[in-house]
Ligand binder design. Structure first.
Ligand SMILES: NC(=O)c1ccc[n+]([C@@H]2O[C@H](COP(=O)([O-])OP(=O)(O)OC[C@H]3O[C@@H](n4cnc5c(N)ncnc54)[C@H](OP(=O)(O)O)[C@@H]3O)[C@@H](O)[C@H]2O)c1
Length: 290
């Protein structure tokens, strides 16, 4: 199977490359090798390579910056996805596309079902939803949209690595406790995507995060505890829970973004693993690389 992965250099694409099954002819491309917001480049590239499958892990992911950089956010997240979908349709290739919990407004109090009504509350979420809708319209019969959340990996910038750095640099930290969701190790999502790559009958919308629920405060506490236990941090600093209203950011975030993963577990035949266990394994990987 010939597979194109976009977003090389990003967290998820990196894990997809690490986990690529034997027998896959993998072509992983960066934004420099393929700018997905350029329609003629996308057409030319897809028609030249003729992949069986495209995994779109490329996105404009700067959530706060997107509030001011609306045109770029939409050109990557909406138009980039649309151009890939059109090009794939023309050569009958399949797409696995990655979306976000930020398509939801966060007003739920129970996990979001895959058919829950999206209502993004920031530009990033709206631009990702626009891409999802374009893909569903162009290639409904051979595409998968997987929504994920709070992604981290040993490769790239993320909350886990920021916390570890700040916990070394700062005397204390204040972390938000009134936004809850589920941390997701990108490796687990990459594993799910590779299983689905071999299941062409799977189409439609799925949710994949790790199992469980946490606030950013809970997540930070777990990072500190595990990092001390494993010798990655020397000593604990005080970490205090604060309200979102005490840490205002340009983009609004959903208060609650836990998603129901049951259909994704069923189609792949694997279960999500609790986020704290996944975090522990990721910190072990960081230690090996340290
Ligand atoms: N990170 C999260 O917490 C999170 C949460 C929910 C959903 N997701 C979704 O999960 C997916 C993977 O996220 P991630 O965390 O791996 O993202 P990431 O680390 O920010 O990587 C995104 C990649 O997309 C590339 N990209 C940006 N603009 C591009 C363009 N015009 N053409 C081609 N490539 C372009 C970036 O390349 P450059 O660096 O060269 O710009 C980067 O390598 C995305 O769809 C994201 O929306 C992420």
């Amino acid at each position: 199977m010939k597979v194109v992965v976009t977003g090389k250099g990003g967290q998820l694409a990196w894990e997809l490359v690490q986990l690529a099954p034997q027998g896959v002819e993998l072509i992983c491309v960066s934004s420099i090798e393929l700018d997905i917001s350029n329609q003629s480049l996308v057409n030319e590239f897809i028609n030249k390579i003729k992949p069986d499958l495209v995994i779109n892990a490329a996105a404009y992911t700067a959530v706060d910056k997107a509030e001011d950089d609306i045109v770029t956010a939409y050109s990557v997240n909406e138009l980039g996805t649309k151009y890939l979908a059109q090009a794939c349709k023309s050569i009958k290739a399949r797409i696995l596309h990655v979306s976000t919990d930020f398509v939801f407004d966060g007003s739920n109090t129970t996990p979001y079902a895959t058919d829950a009504t999206p209502n993004p509350i920031n530009v990033y979420g709206a631009s990702k939803l626009a891409g999802d809708l374009a893909l569903q319209q162009i290639l409904p019969e051979s595409s998968v949209i997987v929504r994920t959340a709070w992604v981290y990996s040993v490769n790239g910038n993320n909350f886990v690595k920021s916390m570890l750095r700040l916990m070394r640099e700062k005397p204390r930290l204040d972390i938000i406790y009134d936004q809850v969701g589920t941390p997701t190790w990108a490796k687990g999502l990459a594993q799910w995507l590779w299983i689905i790559a071999y299941k062409p009958e799977v189409i439609g919308i799925y949710h994949w995060t790790d199992a469980g629920i946490a606030s950013w405060y809970d997540f930070a506490i777990a990072i500190q505890e595990l990092a001390i236990e494993k010798g990655l941090l020397k000593e604990a600093i005080p970490v205090s829970p604060i309200l979102t209203s005490a840490y205002l950011t340009p983009a609004k975030r959903p208060e609650y973004s836990v998603m129901d993963k049951s259909s994704a577990e069923t189609v792949a035949g694997i279960n999500t693993i609790h986020w704290r266990k996944q975090l522990s394994t990721m910190i072990d990987e960081l230690l090996i690389g340290a």
